[in-house]
Design a protein around this ligand. Structure first.
Ligand code: GLU
Ligand code: MG
Length: 447
């Protein structure tokens, strides 16, 4: 306790020196919206020890801020404690005077709250550790700037850096100042669309970083008089924003995606993990493509990974296996889940993917033959023979798969699983009569 007090004292001194006056604590709800409470820096002592109160009703919030209500979830009663993870407390470079920390949720009795998404990730990381395994994960962040945004011109065009260069420089500088390692930044396919990818880290860190990266892009955009959208689709006829997830499985210093005798050099454990993810992919779609809007993006031949298959460097496979440059393969070999978007709660994504992969390890699953083309151009009979199928075409279909997933139900526990299902069902109803245009317009500025 004394150690903790001294540690908080040091953090306070660091924050004061950085000019921080208010600290934002954020969590992500089941609908994928990052929400926050903020406290003056002077309350950090109290906050680090006891947290700040919040209602459990947020578990049932939908994308439009209405709520789902079931017997087990929602309603006006009860209170939780939001406790910042002081290891991730960081001054926000593009919002001088502010700092940010992701928060865990506890009951008033101090016990971890069963609906807490960060605790879910920690449980899955511990389950992996019990098997001697660890993971590195990382999110790619794509975003689109609103009307009047920068970077009109050809897809991936160098010419687009002429007007967006100063803006992107500010994005990179802010991320770097916040300790986020930027790997790559570029103009994406659509006018006004960009992407930044960041270094792989432990699963909880990767999810926290995804939240921080989006907030940073938002605030830098705001400072440039712009507005950033991370929605699955920002125009009815556009290409979407993905939220691709990279992962590699490790045993100690050994990357299990490399140096084995399995497909493309995977070890048998690496292969089993990916086979577990591939098996659960229809159910995982309800986690990684969580909104009705997600299914407007998840289309064939758009590099969104709309088919359940895996393939080496195949950008139309939901599971793309990446070996990386030969001289770096032992470190870099990884798999990319391309089908997910950023309406997804990143904590639910990493926890669920780990659960699905570990089930594959426990059952020593094998991958099917890899698929090396765009399935959209293949003969349907051939696809069926190869076991390659479209991922769910809508949220309802994905949710039915999720409901039937014993692996994900057990991993999340009844409370978290029930609240996710309640939110998914309520969002399906909310958009049941919406046209494509209405759905895009209602969600464009929410994520
Ligand atoms: N924008 C595409 C998506 O929605 C991804 C493009 C790429 O592969 O970078 O997933
Ligand atoms: Mg991209």
């Amino acid at each position: 306790m004394a150690d903790r007090a001294a540690w908080v004292e040091r953090a306070m001194a660091g924050m004061t020196e950085a000019g921080v006056r208010v600290v934002a604590l954020s969590w992500v709800d089941n609908a994928g919206i990052s929400r926050a409470k903020a406290v003056p820096l002077g309350r950090l002592h109290q906050l680090a020890g006891h947290g700040v109160g919040m209602s459990p009703v947020f578990d049932t919030f939908l994308v439009d801020d209405s709520t789902a209500r079931t017997d087990g979830h929602g309603g006006p009663c009860g209170d939780l404690l939001l406790l910042p993870d002081m290891n991730r407390l960081v001054p926000l470079a593009a919002q001088p005077g502010w700092a940010w920390a992701p928060a865990d949720r506890y009951g008033q009795d101090g016990a971890p709250y069963p609906g807490c998404h960060r605790s879910f990730v920690n449980r899955m990381v511990r389950r992996a550790a019990d098997l001697g395994l660890s993971l590195l994960m990382g999110f790619e962040t794509e975003w689109s700037l609103g009307p009047g945004g920068l970077g009109d011109g050809p897809a991936y065009g160098l010419s687009r850096l002429a007007d967006s260069g100063a803006y992107l420089l500010d994005v990179v500088d802010a991320l770097t100042a916040q300790g986020v390692e930027v790997l790559q930044v570029h103009p994406e396919y659509e006018p006004g669309q960009f992407e930044v990818s960041t270094a792989a880290e432990d699963p909880l860190g990767a999810a926290d970083t995804a939240v921080l990266v989006r907030h940073t892009v938002r605030t830098v955009s705001h400072a440039h008089g712009l507005r950033a959208s991370f929605a699955p689709l920002t125009t009815p006829s556009g290409i979407g924003n993905g939220g691709h997830v990279h992962l590699s499985l490790w045993r100690g210093e050994e990357n299990l995606m490399h140096g084995g005798t399995g497909p493309r050099g995977m070890t048998s454990e690496g292969e089993a993990f990916l086979a577990g993810v591939l098996r659960s992919l229809p159910a995982l779609t309800a986690i990684g493509c969580p909104a009705p809007a997600s299914y407007l993006r998840l289309a064939p031949s758009a590099w969104a990974g709309a088919y359940r298959c895996w393939g080496w460097e195949n950008r139309e496979a939901a599971l793309r296996f990446v070996t990386g440059p030969a001289h770096e393969a032992s470190r870099c070999a990884n798999a990319e889940l391309k089908c997910f978007d950023q309406a997804a709660n990143p904590y639910l994504v990493v926890g669920s993917v780990i659960a699905a992969g570990l089930a594959g390890c426990e059952e020593a699953l094998r991958l099917p033959e890899e698929y090396s083309d765009d399935p959209a151009h293949a003969d349907p009979v051939e696809l069926e023979r190869r076991g390659v199928e479209r991922l769910p075409a809508g949220l309802d279909e994905a949710v039915r798969h999720l409901e039937g997933s014993a692996v994900l139900r057990k991993a999340m526990g009844d409370h978290l699983f029930g609240s996710v299902l309640a939110v998914r069902d309520a969002e399906s109803v909310l958009f049941a009569d919406s046209t494509r245009t209405q759905t895009v317009e209602a969600t464009r500025w929410r994520y």
